[in-house]
Design a protein around this ligand. Structure first.
Ligand code: FAD
Length: 267
C-alpha cells in the first residue's frame, strides 16, 4: 500500500521494491487527524508530518513529537509523508518510531479479521520489520498525553540538517520533586530497530540525578545498545555519541543538578 509515498516511491525508483499490486490509501479521510481523548492523544495513520508540526494539541499534550518532527527530512517531504507510514516503515534511523517507543504508544491495526492493538515495545521487530501482518493496516497510533510531571528530551546527531540521524535519542520522564519516577530512553540509529535502554534508565530512576549518576548511566548503555560499524560511524563512535546525547537529555530533565557550569553552581 502507499500512503505519502516518501519512502515507498524512492524504494520503487531504486528497484528495492516491486509490488505486483499497490493500493493507494491516501484518500481514506477517516485515517486522518489528531484528537485528544481523555489522557490519550490519537493520531490517525494518514496524518501528515506537517500536521504534527503545526498541531497545538500535539505541542501541548505530546511535545516530544513536536520537537522530533522538525528533524524528519525537509518541508517538501513533511508535506506528504505520514505518521502511520513512518511507523510502518520502521526505519531504524527514523525519529518517529523511537518517539512511539519512548512514549509507550499503542499502534492500532485493522484487517478483515478485526482490530488489533500492539504496544510499541512489541511492534518494532527488526530492520524495516514490524509485528504487522501482510493483511493489516495501521489505522491510528495512540500516545499517552503528558501531564504536569512529564518531561521530554529529543536530541539527534546527523551529518546535515534533515538527514537521517547517525545517533538519536527520544526520551520521556516523569519527575516529581526533582526525583525521576519514570524514564524511557529510546534510541535510534544505533541498532536494527528503535531500542529502549532500561539499564541506563534504571540508574537514574528513584533519585535526583547528578553528573556522577549520568556518567554511570552512560556506562550502563553498554548493556542496552549494540551499535554496528557502518559508513557513517564506527561502533565506538556511536557509543561515544550516545553518551553525549544522554548527558544533553539529562541536563534537559534535571537542569538544577546535572551539567551545571561552575558559574551556575556557585550562583
Ligand atoms: P509510504 O512511503 O507511502 O509507505 C512506506 C511503507 O509503509 C510502505 O511499505 C507502505 O506500504 C507502508 N505503509 C504506509 N502507511 C501504512 C499504514 N497506514 N499501514 C500499514 N502500512 C503502511 N524519515 C525520517 O524519519 N527521518 C528522516 O530524516 C527522513 N528523511 C527523508 C529524506 C528523504 C529525501 C526522503 C525521500 C524521505 C525521508 N524520510 C525520513 C522518510 C519520510 O519520513 C516518509 O514520509 C516516511 O518514512 C513514510 O511515510 P509515507 O507516508 O511517505 O509512507
Amino acid at each position: 500500500m502507499i500512503a505519502g509515498g516518501q519512502s515507498l516511491v524512492p524504494a520503487l525508483n531504486l528497484r528495492l521494491a516491486a509490488p505486483s499490486l499497490l493500493v493507494d490509501i491516501g484518500h481514506l479521510d477517516e485515517l486522518r487527524g489528531i484528537a485528544v481523548e481523555g489522557e490519550t492523544v490519537r493520531i490517525g495513520a494518514l496524518t501528515r508530518h506537517v500536521d504534527i508540526e503545526r498541531s497545538e494539541e500535539i505541542a501541548r499534550r505530546a511535545p516530544l513529537l513536536s520537537a522530533a518532527i522538525v528533524h524528519v527530512a525537509h518541508p517538501a517531504i513533511r508535506n506528504r509523508g505520514t505518521f502511520g507510514g513512518s511507523i510502518a516503515n520502521a526505519d531504524p534511523a527514523s525519529e518517529l518510531p523511537a518517539c512511539a517507543l519512548a512514549l509507550g504508544a499503542t499502534i492500532v491495526a485493522r484487517s478483515a479479521e478485526g482490530e488489533r492493538r500492539i504496544h510499541a515495545d512489541e511492534f518494532f521487530t527488526g530492520i524495516y520489520e514490524t509485528a504487522l501482518s501482510a493483511t493489516e493496516i495501521i489505522t491510528s497510533v495512540e500516545v499517552p498525553a503528558d501531564g504536569a510531571s512529564h518531561r521530554f528530551a529529543f536530541h539527534e546527531l546527523a551529518r546535515r540538517s534533515g538527514d537521517y540521524a547517525v545517533v538519536g535519542l527520544a526520551a520521556r520522564a516523569m519527575v516529581e520533586d526533582g526525583v525521576c519516577r519514570e524514564l524511557r530512553l529510546a534510541w535510534f540509529g544505533v541498532g536494527d530497530k528503535p531500542t529502549l535502554a532500561p539499564n541506563a534508565a534504571e540508574v537514574l530512576i528513584g533519585v535526583a540525578p547528578d553528573d556522577a549518576g549520568v556518567e554511570r548511566a552512560g556506562h550502563a548503555l553498554s548493556d542496552d545498545l549494540d551499535p554496528q560499524d557502518d559508513l557513517q560511524a564506527s561502533r565506538a563512535m556511536r557509543f561515544h555519541l550516545a553518551r553525549v546525547l544522554l548527558k544533553r537529555a539529562a541536563r534537559d530533565f534535571f537542569p538544577d543538578t546535572v551539567g551545571r557550569t561552575r558559574k551556575e553552581a556557585s550562583a
